[in-house]
Design a protein around this ligand. Structure first.
Ligand SMILES: CC(=O)N[C@H](C=O)[C@@H](O)[C@H](O)[C@H](O)COP(=O)(O)O
Length: 221
């Protein structure tokens, strides 16, 4: 079956850990991915070539692969280069996600998309606005993710999750994935009713430090 169809209407879990997290090591990322698979995830989103390779060897689910590499003179850090695309594909990623925001970037979106297509993989454009989504689809991306809403200067402070953007994407007929700042199962369900192909949840499932802080802050009043 088409890789996208296996994830349609279902949950994909982003298994990532910041460099400062006690879960940063590859073995922990693999454990998080295994736990996601046990819990019923239809796919995982994994950062880093080494992590993608290790998770590929551990579970059978589709992998959305990304790198996060800071770029000099640019705020774009999700799969910024053609080399990142090639390494992620070689490591076993099924879908390559990349930053498609309208910010200065080392490599044009169209070139990233061409490389993903050349390698026979699906391209997921992480965007923050409807205009960026239109541009990414015009450049050949297979679908977009709402991943970066709230993270560009021009979307800072938007409601989380960005249901308005999801509604706009649906109305424009753009294939989209709901990702970013989803903390409740009810929000994930609502994203599907708005037309999301599938829903990606990260922090609320795989970042125990942030989950702890949420409870601790609630008690601190
Ligand atoms: C903005 C950015 O860099 N987002 C990253 C993209 O891969 C991850 O840090 C997020 O955890 C992921 O998108 C899932 O979102 P959330 O953790 O909010 O469920």
């Amino acid at each position: 079956m088409d890789i996208m169809e296996t994830m349609r209407g279902r949950l994909v879990v982003s298994c990532q850990a910041a460099e400062t997290s006690p879960l940063h090591a590859t073995e922990h990322i693999v454990a998080l991915a295994r736990a996601a698979a046990l819990g019923g995830a239809a796919g995982v989103r994994i950062e880093g070539v080494r992590n993608v390779q290790a998770v590929r060897g551990a579970i059978d689910l589709p992998i959305i692969g990304i790198t996060k590499i800071a770029q000099p003179g640019s705020d774009v850090y999700i799969t910024p280069s053609l080399e990142d695309v090639r390494s992620l594909v070689a490591a076993g990623a099924d879908v390559i996600a990349f930053d498609a925001t309208d910010r200065p970037r080392p490599v044009p979106v169209a070139d990233i998309v061409s490389e993903i297509t050349r390698l026979g993989k699906a391209g997921m454009a992480d965007v923050s606005t409807l205009a960026e989504a239109r541009q990414a689809i015009a450049a050949g991306a297979d679908f977009v993710g709402t991943t970066l809403s709230g993270y560009t200067p021009y979307t800072a402070g938007t409601a989380a999750p960005d249901f308005a953007l999801m509604g706009d994407l649906a109305q424009a007929g753009i294939a989209f994935v709901a990702e970013g700042r989803i903390w409740e199962p009810e929000q994930a369900r609502r994203a599907l009713t708005l037309g999301a192909a599938f829903v990606v949840v990260g922090s609320a499932i795989t970042r125990p430090d942030e989950i702890t802080r949420r409870f601790a802050d609630a008690l601190a009043g």
